[in-house]
Write a protein that binds this ligand. Structure first.
Ligand code: GEK
Length: 243
């Protein structure tokens, strides 16, 4: 049974910045499913992309893996020989829970190496698929280009980066329509206005969204020949950049 997220349901005296601690880990599958429109589809399609782009004798990275949903999706679809999935998160609580989930998954023999570390500090090498599913948005703005460059350098020719992000829009009317639509989605999923507003405040200094154009410019600056947005729902999108 999925544990239901009620972290922001009662008024909180002091709203501290959002952290991926044990309380969040406990309700994470419910929280992300009810907060990110299209999350389940994106996870499934990450498996579909991995099936096509994973290369024999290479590594597939899941950066900011949380409970490993993208790793499991890739593991189920990869048929190329001698691929390893490297799943990384800097929240110890996420890593402990992800390990128990991986241990109980017997759908495939593709190995998953789980690492508790900052994704800005790990080696990225011999990669055919790199996934950052709603993780770059938590990295400081001035550190994003360096990380994307390291991913580009670690990718083999023909390798891909799958980048999913909450985005913002330059045009005010477009931004407010899509933000409001996202709030409506959360209301439809049972979150109250109080929960939506307290969570927004907690995330304000932690999750910094950018425009699609800013993401595509950075990918191009890092060397990616092309990037295609393959998914958008409200102010959430996912794109694939090819080396
Ligand atoms: C999914 N990809 O289910 N280094 C490592 N991990 C980090 C860092 C960092 N510098 N910063 C944040 N994280 C997942 C969902 S959640 C998105 C990703 C969300 C981790 C953080 O601990 C958390 O587990 C994850 O990135 C972001 O497909 O909750 O909106």
């Amino acid at each position: 049974m999925r544990k239901s997220d009620s972290i922001y349901a009662s008024p909180l005296d002091e709203l501290v910045d959002f952290r991926f601690d044990e309380r969040v880990v406990d309700v994470f599958p419910d929280m992300i499913q009810r907060s990110v429109p299209g999350y389940a589809s994106i996870i499934s399609m990450i498996g579909v992309f991995a099936a096509k782009y994973a290369q024999q004798d290479s590594q597939c990275y899941d950066l900011g893996c949380s409970l490993g949903a993208a790793s499991l999706s890739m593991r189920q679809r990869i048929t190329q020989n001698n691929c390893t999935i490297v799943a990384v998160d800097n929240s110890p609580a996420m890593i402990v829970r992800a390990q128990t989930i991986f241990d109980s998954d017997h759908t495939s023999t593709v190995p998953i190496e789980l690492i508790c570390a900052d994704i800005q500090e790990i080696n990225i090498e011999n990669a055919s698929v790199v996934v950052m599913d709603f993780t770059l948005q938590f990295i400081a703005l001035d550190e994003r280009l360096a990380l994307i460059k390291r991913i580009y350098q670690g990718l083999k020719p023909g390798g891909i980066l799958i980048l999913s992000e909450k985005i913002t829009f330059e045009e005010e009317s477009r931004a407010s329509f899509l933000n409001e639509s996202h709030h409506e989605f959360k209301r439809a999923n049972g979150y109250s206005d109080l929960e939506i507003s307290q969570k927004r405040t907690a995330l304000e200094n932690v999750l910094i969204p950018e425009t699609l154009a800013a993401h595509q410019q950075r990918l191009s600056d890092a060397g990616f020949a092309s990037s295609n947005m393959w998914f958008q729902c409200f102010n959430f999108m996912s794109l694939v950049a090819v080396k």
